[in-house]
Design a protein around this ligand. Structure first.
Ligand SMILES: [Zn+2]
Length: 122
């Protein structure tokens, strides 16, 4: 016996029929989409918070230079940020809330310049 993944009732009819009714089919997909959306939201939200925590941890003095591997090793992911700021010189700083970073080369090594959000960046 096949059971409907939405309501648990028996599914009758064609063997490729998965749900007992159109109603169950659409409500199942509705719930699933909502869960996927929540999962994605939680994943992004969690990564942003982790990024912020890491930037804060490595930037105790308000400005710092750290090798990119050091941050990546503890879970920092530069793809996730909340805003950016473009300096007059054209450099772009990415921010996770009030903590910013900018990738740059220093003595042949890839590093992040860590900064904190300043009032003049508004
Ligand atoms: Zn059903």
């Amino acid at each position: 016996m096949r059971t409907c993944p939405s309501c648990g009732n028996e599914v009758t009819g064609r063997s490729d029929k998965k749900f007992c009714s159109h109603y169950c089919k659409s409500s199942f997909h509705y719930v699933k989409n909502r869960e996927d959306e929540n999962n994605l939201f939680r994943k992004i939200d969690g990564q942003l918070k982790l990024n912020r925590r890491i930037l804060k941890e490595y930037n105790k003095g308000g400005k710092a230079m750290v090798r990119i591997e050091v941050l990546h090793d503890v879970g920092f992911d530069p793809k996730y940020f909340t805003s950016y700021w473009k300096s007059k010189g054209g450099g772009v700083y990415l921010f996770c809330y009030e903590y910013g970073f900018k990738q740059m080369e220093d003595n042949g090594k890839q590093k992040y310049l860590l900064v904190q959000w300043q009032d003049y960046m508004n």
